[in-house]
Design a protein around this ligand. Structure first.
Ligand code: NAD
Length: 736
């Protein structure tokens, strides 16, 4: 048989080996053509008497990353077109049939009567793992990269090709729901323990093991198609079932605040599907899938978290004419909290690090932080002892600047003090080769002014990390006035090497992310002073979609740092640039009460040595009036939290600080957790319509003040009925 994406060979035992190896792609993905070819293979295997069974494997380093999400997006666009041309009912029917085709092909495979085994190498996730679940036997290689999982929820979807039904029949319902809600990638040992795979084998033996299972008489019948099959958690309407479902509903609410339709659809699919025969259950799952595929949340999340993020990761903003740079050695100045984190991620990516501080002891302390981080990974089974040794061998702590001579890139992360930064920059300058790219991790000082001490402003740039460096995916790459293309390309190549996502930002106070975060925290402060119960502030922020409340976030950032930033803004821009009541609140907390935040276990919360944090009772003193919680408009509080950030993002675009909506959206979700279901700050505005957003801003402005005033760009866009993604479409054509 001749296929484009697969090759099939049948051996002397009558076992067909189907190797998935798409031409011109580094990773196999599910496309309409792939679905058609799998269907043809199933027909062939079922019809050919000489074939006993089939083993599916991959010809690439990984098995497959699942469905091509841009294909799913186009299916949703086709629905809108059909709706206009053929009407709602016809379009819905067509859409349903398209959306469930993969599920049907997998079910054909599962019930064709011949045994199918799958040999999984590397990553096998999403629709590809659903293919594995439809196979009767699953062997996974024990290599370091092997992972299975159903991560669809992370882009606002859920596994709609039988995934919810098969998972819920392989394990206890509670475990199945957790797996589907979390969307985590699972390593071989855990996958075996969860009943997701049958066997783990060395990479070179997976195909042979899968074949052996067939020749030993493996049956082509799924457990749920056996008469004797019993649901792992018993029937839904049983005493056992009732232990699961009330709790599952409560957990769903707690975790999602009902903001994610896909999560709700998982609950529905599993709850309804477990009460039905398997084929009907698949049909119910497909109905939910078709609904979710058309949801604005899925469209927004796929666009931002898959398509845009992928484009930025691949270097959409990289000046194409600069040849690729390969940095072997990075110099890091300052081995403190940030410097150590930067050393860790740099060495993890295989680069050598020269880690410099004021004296040897301070530099050693930075390396010790790296040691703790990698040791934690080893304890969790995410790295080996050999990984740890290799990583630590790459980091050379020293106080001697001559060690920097071979560095291809230097990143400065010393105290946030202009004079200290100037001194270390000059010292480095003396030993560095001309043309070495120098980056500062400053959070507040303008890059243009810091560049002056380096002497080569075209080779000076900002690489702004977020803390904790090892966890946060976003990096802001800051352009000074004279930063050249080679510095930008080098910075982007470096960010790519450490597997983080860059956004390119023009020099401005607070850059992008911290401006929005600052507004979010300020809104929490203002609510506190206005008499909103503190617990309500924190909980409503989470209901709005933020990962942590503004008061808890302020504790993490540190209250003294927030006060310093306000004082610096007042000094540099004048008293009108700050909110005196906020300054007063922070001053009282820090100066009067010595409450610095999590770092001294005292902030808006108390942090006991044991147990969970609790809101500090002393906050009461800041509330001379207290609002009646029953009379507070929760929807309005939620809006205030999101609008104050989104309106700042619009200002950032207006000022040309961020130029590409993809960067504003991606940066807002991975940088500060802005309500992911919205697709990010600008998608939030586009999603409700700019005119509606402007009206909302005006309404909030009248009630709460000028901080909600919509900038001119929004007013113009509302008049012209524009969206950010429409207005800046030209800029978004930049792809790697
Ligand atoms: P830190 O105080 O933990 O570390 C600063 C380090 O610089 C210390 O180890 C100190 O000994 C060293 N240092 C000071 N003077 C030096 C000199 N003359 N020569 C060599 N080393 C010297 O501070 P941090 O939180 O790591 O911040 C460092 C930089 O990163 C600052 O510019 C800060 O604004 C920026 N930043 C911080 C965060 C954050 O969340 N902490 C986030 C982004 C950016």
């Amino acid at each position: 048989m001749n296929f484009v994406n697969f090759h099939v060979e049948t051996d002397s035992d009558g076992i067909a080996l189907l190797t998935w190896d798409m031409p011109g792609r580094s990773m196999n993905v599910i496309t309409p053509e792939v679905i058609g070819e799998i269907e043809a293979v199933v027909d062939h295997v079922a019809a050919e008497a000489s074939i006993k069974g089939c083993v599916i494997t991959s010809g690439k380093d990984n098995f497959s990353g699942g469905a091509d999400l841009s294909m799913l997006q186009s299916v949703a666009a086709e629905y809108q077109k059909a709706r206009q041309e053929k009407g709602e009912e016809e379009a819905t029917k067509l859409f349903f049939e398209r959306a469930r085709r993969l599920s049907q092909v997998y079910r054909m495979l599962e019930t064709c009567g011949k045994p199918f085994a799958i040999a999984i190498n590397g990553t096998c996730v999403g629709g590809a793992f659903e293919l594995a679940l439809a196979c009767h036997y699953r062997v996974i290689s024990d290599d370091d990269k092997a992972r299975v999982g159903l991560p669809e929820i992370k882009v606002g979807l859920f596994p709609g090709a039988g995934g919810t039904q098969r998972i819920a029949r392989l394990m206890q319902t509670g475990d199945a729901l957790q797996m589907l809600f979390k969307g985590e990638q699972i390593r071989p040992k855990a996958a075996k323990a969860m009943n997701l795979v049958h066997e783990i084998a060395p990479a070179g033996e997976i195909v042979a093991k899968a074949k052996t299972w067939i020749t030993a008489g493996g049956k082509g019948v799924a457990p749920w198609d056996e008469k004797s099959f019993k649901l792992p958690s018993g029937k839904v309407f049983s005493a056992q079932g009732m232990m699961v479902w009330p709790a599952a509903n409560a957990i769903y609410r707690r975790e999602t605040h009902d903001n994610y339709p896909a999560a709700k659809a998982i609950l529905h699919s599993v709850y309804e599907g477990l009460q039905l025969p398997f084929d009907l259950a698949l049909r119910v799952e497909s109905r939910w899938f078709a609904k979710i595929l058309r949801s604005p949340e899925a469209a927004a999340m796929i666009r931002t978290l898959f398509l845009s993020m992928g484009e930025l990761n691949k270097g959409a903003r990289r000046p194409a004419h600069v040849p690729a740079t390969a940095i072997k050695q990075v110099g890091i100045l300052g081995a403190g909290f940030m410097g150590a984190g930067i050393a860790y991620v740099t060495a993890s990516a295989g680069m050598d690090v020269v880690l410099i501080d004021q004296d040897q002891a301070a530099a050693d302390k930075g390396k010790e932080i790296c040691n703790k981080l990698i040791s934690g990974q080893v304890l969790k089974g995410r790295a080996t002892g050999a990984d740890k040794e290799a990583l630590l061998a790459r980091i050379k702590p020293t106080a001697d600047y001559t060690g920097l001579a071979g560095a291809g890139l230097v990143i400065e992360a010393v105290f946030e003090d202009r004079a200290v930064k100037a001194a270390v920059t000059q010292k480095a300058r003396e030993v560095l080769q001309p043309g070495t790219i120098f980056a500062s991790n400053t959070s507040t000082l303008p890059i243009t002014s810091l560049a002056q001490t380096y002497g080569e402003p075209e080779n000076f740039i900002g690489i702004h990390f977020f803390s904790p460096v090892e966890k946060m995916l976003l990096v802001e790459v800051i352009l000074g006035e004279k930063t050249g293309d080679r510095a930008l390309a080098t910075a982007l190549d470096y960010v790519r090497a450490i597997k983080k996502t860059p956004i390119v930002v023009h020099d401005s106070r607070g850059f992008y992310a911290n401006r929005c975060v600052g507004n979010y925290i300020r809104e929490g402060h203002i609510m506190l002073l206005a008499g909103v119960p503190p617990a309500m502030i924190e909980n409503v922020a989470k209901m709005a979609g933020m990962p942590v409340g503004p008061l808890a976030l302020n504790d993490e950032v540190a209250l003294d740092l927030a006060l310093k930033i306000i004082e610096a803004a007042k000094r540099d821009l004048g008293p009108a640039a700050i909110d005196p009541t906020q300054e007063n609140l922070l001053k009282t907390m820090v100066v009067e009460h010595g409450r610095y935040g999590r770092k001294n276990s005292k902030g808006f919360y108390d942090y006991p040595a044991q147990g969970t944090k609790t809101l500090w009772p002393g906050l009461d003193a800041f509330q001379s009036t207290k609002l009646d919680p029953d009379k507070i408009d929760i929807a309005e509080l939620k809006q205030r939290f999101l609008v104050t950030q989104a309106v700042e993002a619009a200002r950032v675009i207006e000022e040309g600080v961020v130029t590409d909506p993809r960067e504003a959206d991606v940066g807002s979700i991975i940088g500060f957790g802005f309500a992911p279901f919205s697709g990010g700050t600008l998608s939030y505005i586009d999603g409700m319509g700019v005119a509606n957003f402007v009206a909302l801003c005006e309404q909030l402005r009248q009630k709460f003040g000028d901080r909600f005033a919509p900038p001119k760009i929004l007013i113009d866009m509302a008049k012209a009925d524009e969206t950010f993604y429409g207005r800046f479409a030209e800029r978004m054509k930049r792809v790697a």
